[in-house]
Ligand binder design. Structure first.
Ligand code: NAP
Length: 409
């Protein structure tokens, strides 16, 4: 292998955002290095790297190879950044601490005096607990599958004000799962999920729907990378760079999903939007037709609406996992609650409106069967419930301009 300057070590790194973040932080070579547990020791002892980030499952395992740990890393018992010193020995840091502190600061979370629940008892949990205690949390309770406080007796903690998910539950490729139901926490103020893929986990969607303060883990990831880059290069990087990079990455990854009545122009507006933004365009109706091998009216005739909805759900789940797309959806996609999570998880959802009298019904079986007025009354609350914002399709160019303007804000 070519000599490595800086990089990330871990067991599985396929979907890591770290190289893209480090590219933005400094002009240095940064690569992903997947290591088995047998390879870890020899790599740390014999490798000629200058600095490393460390991820699952090696944040504890690297400690014996570090000649010294910073007081914070020692106190937490977890190392996610290693720097080679001039004498060749390794110094272990915990920059996840900086990352989680930033995540809370970024959204203005209040922790002092509050009861906090931390889900999971792994490496990230240790860091989260340390930050919460240092910020003066009233009580920090760890919920562990095998601990005294576990998922069976969560009702003991109905008085929690802060909840942090430090488990992988809900993470790609198992989106849609939530470690807890927020129904059981009536005085919650903030919910923070260290996961950043998907951008809005099922837990965070619950938090958003309840009007709570919430954040995913992307800001944390960028802030810990910035703290690591400062130690790699021995320079100081302004905090504003963290915000800039977080926003850039959010935008780059975020899908724009168009919902709205059949015939409101989702495909035409979506195609033009994708063209203007230089993005790939996806149409869930076209994907359904491709899978079914026939047109949607034929599928309705042949197998009924249920078969169409099943296929629609499948193609939506696939499409919404991709990132940086423009996705046009079928008019009835919002009628199935199972679609709400996939619609929203990696996207800004835009409800595209067009006057009812301008909506065509030809080739649209549900519009013909139910009638547009009734369909609109049934679906309007669902479009509103699932959308992040709305746009009017007066003309295609005006709609696209309005969407891009709003998205740039
Ligand atoms: P870890 O050491 O593997 O620990 C995760 C903990 O989650 C486990 O100790 C376990 O605790 C719990 N857990 C695992 N599988 C579970 C399941 N199926 N159901 C319920 N609980 C389960 O991982 P980690 O390093 O602490 O990371 C945890 C999460 O934080 C990951 O998703 C990781 O990607 C994320 N993270 C993000 C950042 C960031 O910068 N945004 C930084 C670090 C970590 P119990 O056995 O006690 O239940």
């Amino acid at each position: 292998m070519e000599k490595l300057e800086y990089g990330l070590i871990g067991e599985k790194l396929g979907h890591s955002f770290s190289p893209a973040i480090h590219r933005r932080l400094g002009d240095y070579d940064y690569r992903l290095v997947e290591l088995s547990s047998q390879e870890l020791g020899p790599f740390l002892e014999e490798g000629e790297f200058r600095g490393l980030n460390v991820t699952i499952p090696y944040k504890k395992a690297v400690i014996p190879y570090c000649r010294e740990l910073t007081p914070q890393a020692r106190h937490i018992g977890s190392v996610n950044t290693i720097v080679r010193r001039p004498d060749g020995t390794l110094l272990g840091h915990n920059t996840d601490y900086d990352g989680f502190s930033y995540l809370l600061r970024r959204v203005g979370a209040q922790v002092a005096g509050r009861k906090a629940l931390v889900l999971g008892s792994g490496g990230a949990s240790l860091t989260v607990q340390a930050v919460l205690r240092d910020l003066g949390a009233g009580e920090v309770v760890v919920i562990s599958r095998t601990g005294e406080n576990n998922y069976e007796n969560l009702s003991r903690h109905r008085d929690a004000a802060v909840l942090v998910n430090a488990t992988p539950v809900g993470m790609y490729p198992k989106e849609g799962m939530s470690p807890v139901d927020l129904e059981g926490f009536p005085v919650l103020e903030g919910v923070f999920d260290l996961i950043y893929n998907p951008a809005r986990t099922s837990l965070l969607l619950q938090a958003q729907d309840r009007g709570l303060l919430w954040s995913n883990g992307l800001g944390m990831l960028v802030a810990q990378a910035k703290a690591a880059a400062e130690r790699f290069m021995g320079v100081s990087i302004p905090d504003e760079r963290v915000e800039e990079i977080t926003r850039e990455m959010e935008r780059e990854k975020q899908n724009l999903v168009l919902t709205g009545m059949p015939g409101c122009g989702k495909t035409t507006v979506g195609q033009r939007l994708a063209q203007r933004l230089g993005r790939t365009f996806v149409d869930t109706d076209a994907l359904v037709e491709e899978q079914a091998g026939c047109s949607i009216p034929e599928l309705f005739d042949r197998e009924g609406e249920e078969a169409f909805r099943r296929l629609e759900h499948q193609v939506l789940c696939q499409a919404s996992r991709e990132q940086g797309r423009v996705i046009a959806t079928g008019g009835g996609i919002v009628t199935r609650q199972e679609n709400w999570g996939p619609l929203r998880q990696n996207a800004q959802v835009i409800f595209l409106r067009r006057p009812l009298e301008d909506l065509p019904i030809q080739g649209r079986p549900v519009s013909q069967r139910t009638g547009l007025e009734q369909l609109y009354q049934e679906r309007l609350p669902l479009y509103e419930r699932t959308a992040d914002w709305t746009a009017d399709n007066t003309t295609v160019e005006e709609a696209v301009d309005a969407i891009i303007r709003r998205w740039n804000q």
